[in-house]
Design a binder for this molecule. Structure first.
Ligand code: MSP
Length: 594
């Protein structure tokens, strides 16, 4: 964890050097108004970020998952608070450091060539996967060098950097120093043994250098105050607790540069070309570069920022980054949302095991919306999740093709809805008060339960998004889809006749209620399956301006209000909403055999 590497100081150990630390002055206040207007960051703007991705290898499904979580949060927020100026969303590639320098050398490429090639792969993947980012940053851009060097200058001016001899195990793959306790020995091909990182198994090497060192040890209390004052700063809660626990342990100062003779692929320390800035400091500042730092415009987006990160990079985001920010006179980010990892058939994904899952193949096989739905429905931030092909097919066939697609088909098919309209809701058949009896009353207790559940669904979904439990939001929608299918099954509209004056009002009501439920599901699925939701809402005749959460008023006729959809023509026929990915697909048969 955060135990010290051997650290001998040439500078004055632990001296503050006149450092001015920004005291964290307690939590900000968050408003919680009605669903549409709710703004968790307490301001009009929100800024979401993904980690920036290393370009040493092609993207895999874990990377796509990080980006999808951020995309879904961001899209959900846009549904609540519309307007391009209100939400910003950045992603990008992390292109400096020893890891990239070594990968380029191994591939016989110049580092810039490798960076251009792999960064383009990430950009293409994200375009194809519908990642709705507003900014893509590459750390090799000139604007980023300016931002990093400016940030460095601030730390220096505030007395937070000093020169010292830094000695310890360095893992190029993780780009960090490791304490002795995190290093083990592995048999090497030459018959001896080589030191590797206990956690990742990647090689480590002993490094002893004079570097610039950041006075991280002085930030223990400000960090503790920040986290204790804002229990949701790191979400989900177990990660918040883990960081507080780390802060109880040793917190040594942090080496923030490398000798340029050893690491040339990076940003030089201002005024000292013999040193290159540590890649993690360089990478973290990307979050400021994209919002215009060091120009004052960045202040309108900072600190209303939510970082989405994997658990492996929690220490960098929850300890180093907030400490660096406080050191530079800024506030920590608003939220750090943490997710766990994907394994494949029970194993960690790795090039050496040859089990890396290519996300573009998955998007082709399962469709963009299908694969987005799978990853977000099955991915649980609190613990690792396992990937295998049959699991995807089973989930998509049952929830998107059969349950949701089937429900839409049941309510819109020509046979059952020959007029192709949103039918009229009959209050006499479905009075707003449960338990009434009368000749025209047809609604039963379970029907009232359905209406209540769907009415509260948008709020439930919003709460799950806020707690970074998107899979729970999808679980709740899926459960309501099942309940709505049960409602249709119970009343078997196909047995009712439009010709019968007794049946017709109730038949219309059953279809109206089911279509209203579908409208809610389509609206709530937009952040996860944007094209499928668009197809569904278009089929229901819901226009682009009627798809926000502020406009989502479920079943108004039941509550005594007019319904703008009643009597409206449905949209054009769309065929199957989501075709089944049945077992006959050639690739699946092949996957079974191997
Ligand atoms: N470059 C750093 C981040 C710097 S941010 C200032 C980095 N890059 S990475 O490419 O290794 O990882 C990017 C993201 O992908 C991280 O959030 C990481 O957790 C995530 N994933 C990498 N492998 C993963 C899985 N197997 N499963 C899920 N996410 C995984 O770290």
């Amino acid at each position: 964890m955060l135990r010290a590497s051997v650290l001998r100081l040439l500078g004055r150990p632990g001296a503050s050097g006149g450092a001015r630390l920004l005291e964290y002055s307690g939590p900000r206040h968050y408003s919680s108004g009605p669903l549409g207007a709710r703004d968790d960051a307490g301001g009009a703007r929100a800024f979401f970020t993904t980690p920036i991705f290393y370009v040493n290898a092609a993207p895999h499904i874990g990377h796509l998952y990080s980006a999808l979580l951020a995309d879904a949060l961001c899209r959900h927020r846009r549904l609540r608070v519309p307007g391009a100026a209100a939400t910003r969303f950045s992603t990008g590639t992390d292109e400096h450091g020893l890891k990239i320098q070594q990968a380029a050398a191994a591939a016989g490429l110049a580092p810039t060539e490798l960076c251009d090639r792999v960064s383009a792969q990430f950009q293409q993947l994200f375009r194809e996967a519908g990642i709705s980012s507003t900014d893509f940053i590459r750390t090799t851009e000139a604007r980023h060098r300016i931002a990093v060097q400016h940030f460095w200058g601030l730390l220096e001016a505030r007395g937070l950097l000093y020169k010292g001899l830094y000695e310890g195990w360095y893992c190029a793959s993780e780009e960090c120093f490791l304490p002795e306790a995190k290093v083990t020995r592995q048999p090497s091909s030459s018959g001896g043994s080589c030191p590797v990182s206990l956690e990742s198994g990647h090689p480590v090497s002993w490094t002893k250098e004079e570097n610039y060192i950041f006075r991280l040890s002085q930030f223990r209390e400000p960090l503790q105050r920040w986290l204790r004052g804002d229990p949701q700063a790191i979400t989900p809660e177990p990660f918040h607790r883990a960081v507080l626990q780390w802060l109880e342990e040793e917190l040594p100062d942090l080496s923030v540069s490398r000798k340029s003779s050893h690491l040339h692929w990076g940003i030089p320390v201002p005024g000292d070309d013999s040193q290159t800035i540590y890649v993690w400091l360089d990478a973290l500042v990307n979050y400021l570069t994209v919002i215009g730092y060091p120009n004052a415009e960045f202040k309108s987006w900072w600190p209303t920022t939510s970082h989405i990160i994997g658990k492996d990079i929690l220490k960098f985001h929850a300890i180093y980054w907030p400490a660096l920010l406080l050191g530079a006179g800024m506030s920590p980010p608003h939220r750090i949302y943490v997710h766990s990892h994907w394994t494949v058939c029970g194993q960690k994904m790795s090039k050496s095991l040859g089990n890396v899952v290519d996300p573009r193949t998955c998007l082709d096989r399962y469709t963009v919306d299908g694969f987005r739905y799978f990853l977000l429905r099955q991915g649980v931030p609190n613990w690792d999740c396992d990937y295998y092909d049959e699991k995807v097919v089973k989930l998509l066939d049952s929830e998107l093709a059969d349950a949701l697609g089937g429900l839409l088909n049941r309510c819109t098919a020509q046979r059952i809805n020959p007029s192709g309209t949103y039918p009229v809701f009959c209050t006499a058949c479905f009075p707003s008060e449960a338990g009434l009896v009368g000749p025209s009353v047809r609604a039963q207790a379970e029907d009232y339960a359905l209406v209540n559940t769907v009415a509260t669904l948008p709020r439930q979904v919003a709460d799950h998004y806020e707690n970074f439990q998107i899979y729970k939001a999808l679980e709740a929608v899926s459960s309501c889809v099942r309940q709505t299918n049960g409602f249709v099954q119970r009343h078997a509209p196909w047995k009712l006749s439009w010709e019968s004056p007794v049946d017709a009002p109730w038949l219309g009501t059953v279809l109206h209620v089911a279509l209203e439920c579908l409208r809610v599901f389509g609206t709530l699925l937009q952040p996860v399956t944007p094209s499928l939701a668009d197809k569904l809402l278009s089929r229901l005749g819901v226009s682009a301006t009627e798809r926000g959460l502020g406009e989502l008023c479920f079943l108004p006729r039941f509550y005594g209000h007019p319904c703008p959809f009643e009597g409206r023509r449905l949209g054009p026929e769309i065929g199957l909403l989501f075709p089944r990915l049945d077992q006959s697909r050639a690739w699946l048969v092949k996957a079974h055999r191997t």
